[in-house]
Design a protein around this ligand. Structure first.
Ligand code: AMP
Length: 320
């Protein structure tokens, strides 16, 4: 069966997470960058092809739910006798910053991703958070350059695989990372300078996520001047678990672009808002519990709330 125009190919971890917040602990919930991105993208675009690897400990019922939501798992390798990727993190009191307590690569250690034949001409590619060498291998398997490739990554790979990361950054259209990571990657404290630095590495667009403080989108416009857009984050009454917010953002961002079929700056601005709105749902429950049930109506309502957050009557004059 041929791919639909809005089908997205995504690579990322499908994993177990143990999450500690100041208010509780959840052991071994289903998570992973690929899982969150897949759920988010499948909420709004046609089908999502996932490329990943799992061990025999991964629950069959989860796979069935992912398939029922429109995810094609033919690119997810199941390794008998091995354990799935495991990550554990502990959030600080602000729920915006966290420490990684454990990263067990398990099946990921010698994973060689294989993009299924039918996905090799996907127009929309999400290189979700995973070893940059694997992101590069997925890129190399594409028959032609996708219309838009989005890269997400994290500090772990900056510390352990910087060369591969720089190689993959030079070949993508959008880099999406959080503020600390942008500073680490660029060596710049100012986020504007960090974005300029990242754009000089090759991508056309840079997104810097600031957790509960929203996200910035940057591009160099036709005149070579830096242009940017800011989307706030929704102030939630209760943040239960922010794990996966960044991956949800990336999936929702590319999902919206795939659905629109256009990659101009205006569509990207909308996509930042859609990604941020979906990420706010992820924060409302542990794991992917909330994101998997978001309806179109709920999403549209939340997108509208985002608009009202920054909408005000223009000020004609001020007396100083
Ligand atoms: P986020 O909160 O958006 O940064 O995403 C957290 C998710 O990324 C968790 O579900 C983890 O399983 C996954 N994760 C954590 N560390 C890594 C890593 N080094 N490589 C790939 N995925 C990871």
């Amino acid at each position: 069966m041929p791919l639909h125009g809005d089908s997205i190919l995504a690579v990322g971890t499908v994993a177990f997470d143990t999450i500690r917040t100041p208010f509780g602990v959840r052991e071994r919930v289903v998570g992973g960058a690929g899982t969150y991105a897949g759920w988010a993208a499948s909420r709004i675009s046609g089908s999502v092809g996932l490329v990943s690897v799992i061990g025999e400990d991964f629950p069959q019922s989860e796979l069935e739910q992912m398939q029922a939501a429109g995810m094609d798992l033919s690119g997810v390798e199941l390794r008998q006798g091995e354990k799935s990727f495991f990550w554990s993190g502990a959030y600080h009191m602000d729920l915006n910053t966290r420490d990684t307590l454990a990263t067990e690569l398990n099946v990921l250690a010698d994973f060689k991703p294989v993009v299924p034949e039918k996905w090799r001409n996907a127009k929309w590619l999400l290189l979700g958070n995973i070893d940059p060498v694997l992101q590069l291998s997925v890129l190399d398997q594409m028959e032609e350059r996708p219309q838009l490739t989005v890269l997400d990554t994290m500090n772990y790979w900056m510390e352990s695989a910087m060369d591969g990361l720089l190689a993959v950054i030079s070949r993508v259209d959008v880099v999406s990372i959080n503020d600390d990571e942008a500073r680490q990657l660029s060596g710049q404290h100012s986020l504007v300078r960090a974005a300029k630095h990242i754009l000089s590495m090759g991508p056309k667009y840079a997104i810097i996520k600031k957790g509960e403080h929203g996200a910035l989108l940057f591009q160099n416009n036709a005149n070579g001047a830096l242009e940017f857009f800011y989307a706030p984050a929704l102030p939630l009454e209760e943040v239960v678990d922010p794990t996966g917010a960044g991956d949800t953002f990336a999936g929702g961002f590319l999902g919206h672009i795939a659905r629109c079929g256009t990659t101009d700056f205006d569509t990207l601005k909308q996509a930042v808002v859609v990604g941020s709105a979906l990420a706010s749902f992820t924060c409302e429950a542990f794991g992917a519990e909330r994101i998997r049930t978001v309806s179109e109506e709920e999403l549209l309502e939340r997108v509208d709330t985002f608009r009202t957050l920054v909408d005000f009557t223009p000020i004609a004059a001020v007396a100083i």
